[in-house]
Design a protein around this ligand. Sequence first.
Ligand code: DAH
Length: 346
Amino acid sequence: MKSLISKYIDEIRNARIEDFKDKAAEVEQFRVRFLGRKGVMNELFEQFKALPNEQKKEMGIALNELKTAALAKVEEWKNYVEQSPELNDTHDLTMPADFYQRGSRHVLSVTMNEIAEIFARIGFTVEESVEIEDDWHLFSALNFPPDHPARDMQDTFFVQKEEGKTDVALRTHTSSVQVRVMETHKPPIRIIAPGRVFRNEAISARAHCIFHQVEALYVDKKVTFADLKQTLLYFAKEMFGEATQIRLRPSYFPFTEPSAEMDISCNICGGKGCNICKGTGWLEILGCGMVDPNVLEACGIDSKEYTGFALGMGVERMAMLKYQIRDLRLYFENDLRFLHQFDNII
Ligand code: DAH
């Protein structure tokens, strides 16, 4: 029995996985042969039981050595097979690939990126700023008179409004970023500011307390209303198609003078009149104007040397017109039936 055990131990120690052809299968055969229920080890143990007691000690040690050698070899080979992907490849290469549900960007992000790209092509860079703003950046520097309704709790979410303290509010518009940029940068300034804004509005199909705006600001020597008009025309055509026409109507904003609102020819009916443009053929899309000299001066820019234009638009409205979305609430409800309709826009 002793010589048989030695023979097995030698066999095990000399066995090389490199000599196996079908490695994973032959390792398994090897394991069954030595360590399986009817394998060499068990058979030898049966014989061992029948040995006279005085031989048991020596034989026991030899058997243990054999078992340890077999176990170590099997362990080593299994690791070898596992770490060799080519030996382990049981994949069915004809099987169709797994189906992954691809995520997609939100239609508002897509729209905001598109606006940013259109402006980037004519040299505007993106500025981001704080959503919690003080009175100065939201209103005072932008030439809002002290009794303007935007300063009222009815319209604005104040974080702090106390006699003798600075008013602090969730920003009601991204025009505040104009002030922050002009205070810290010398002209020429050519920026857009996309971001979230907050207003104290009851939520309905046409109003929401959270929405998004993109503000644009261009300040330099000799910037004129003609620059504004041309920029608006370029933007409208890029955003809504080459056939788009624009029209400017005089308007009023505290921070621009003169001010205007821009309409585009209705991209649904092509200007003939439909229920989206309420029969007028025109859709109002943004506010704009020449930066009021008071605003330039409040931000430390010499209004005799520099002029500028500004414009501000609602992102939800842009997306509504572009993709014919009828209800503002859809943007924020995250209903997958809504979101999946925009999977393929980038
Ligand atoms: N801040 C205005 C609003 O929230 C939008 C706006 C109008 C921005 C005219 C401008 C502008 O820069 O010139 O309604």
